[in-house]
Design a protein around this ligand. Structure first.
Ligand code: 5RP
Length: 263
């Protein structure tokens, strides 16, 4: 692997091989998502505890200070919205030149395997990999399901993740599911877990994150379950304990409660 590519990946994936990414890219198709209406207000208190941000150029420029940032995975796919006809009909929104200008550690794109736009999104991924490899910029593929949340089982996610890795993604972000080892070990590149819809309790989040880490994930990319929690800083600190310190769900919950009550 070339120095630039290795250096960028090492900015994200920490020395222990694990990573905690904070995604704040939701507005690119959801508009002003709850608790992300003013992105700076959401991002600033959490920044210290994240290893990287998953973010669009618009929110990066407007809401993150360049002298107080974390490595950036730039969201470069989009062009659809919650009120449009098909979320899978994405294109590439942001050039590699822009990614280089913003000094990003990686770029991220969604792929929609099994959708009407499967081929388009997979060819977009391939195009980005061709360009990214030329400049030493890793591509993270997001196995998106649009509104078809029932797709999130091991068989589908392993298929989608493997295809993304075969096309050259350096990292795959996918959903946690039962038998997650099928997904995590079904391809040649590291797998990060996305959050999906908000869970009802913190404990549910700690349980699935811990399970996924035990089964081979290298980390998380959790958004709403962190910043829509009434106590986002305790939530991210507890997640960090699972990702980087090997805490169990019980220990993470105890840490969350103690932080929530003032440390
Ligand atoms: C949106 C994304 C998000 O980054 C991803 O869904 C993770 O966020 P959350 O934990 O809120 O689901 O890719 O397209």
């Amino acid at each position: 692997m070339d120095w630039g590519m290795a250096n960028r990946l090492s900015q994200l994936i920490q020395k222990d091989g694990h990573v905690l990414i904070l995604p704040v890219d939701h507005g690119y198709f959801q508009g002003p998502t709850r608790e992300l209406e003013v992105p700076r207000r959401t991002i600033e208190p959490l920044l210290a505890y994240a290893d990287g941000l998953f973010i669009t150029r618009g929110v990066l420029r407007s809401s993150v200070d360049p002298d107080n940032s974390k490595p950036v995975i730039l969201r470069v796919s989009g062009g659809t919205s919650m009120v449009g006809s098909d979320l899978a009909n994405e294109g590439i929104t942001t050039s590699l030149e822009e990614a280089i200008r913003l000094n990003v550690a990686a770029i991220g794109i969604s792929v929609f395997v099994g959708s009407d736009y499967e081929k388009q999104s997979l060819l977009n991924l391939s195009l980005l990999v061709n360009e990214g490899e030329r400049y030493g910029i890793p591509v993270m593929a997001v196995t998106a399901v649009g509104r078809e949340l029932e797709k999130r089982d091991a068989r589908y996610l392993a298929l989608a993740s493997r295809i993304a890795a075969e096309l050259g993604a350096r990292v795959v972000k996918t959903y946690w599911c039962e038998e997650f080892e099928t997904v995590a070990t079904g391809g040649p590149v590291p797998v990060i877990m996305a959050g999906g819809p908000k869970v009802d309790t913190e404990r549910e989040m700690f349980d699935f994150v811990y399970d996924g880490m035990q089964r081979g994930a290298i980390g998380v990319n959790l958004g709403r379950n962190v910043w829509q929690n009434p106590h986002p800083v305790p939530a991210i600190k507890a997640l960090r304990a699972i990702i980087h310190n090997g805490a169990t769900p019980e220990e993470a919950e105890a840490l969350f409660n103690s932080e929530k009550n003032g440390g």
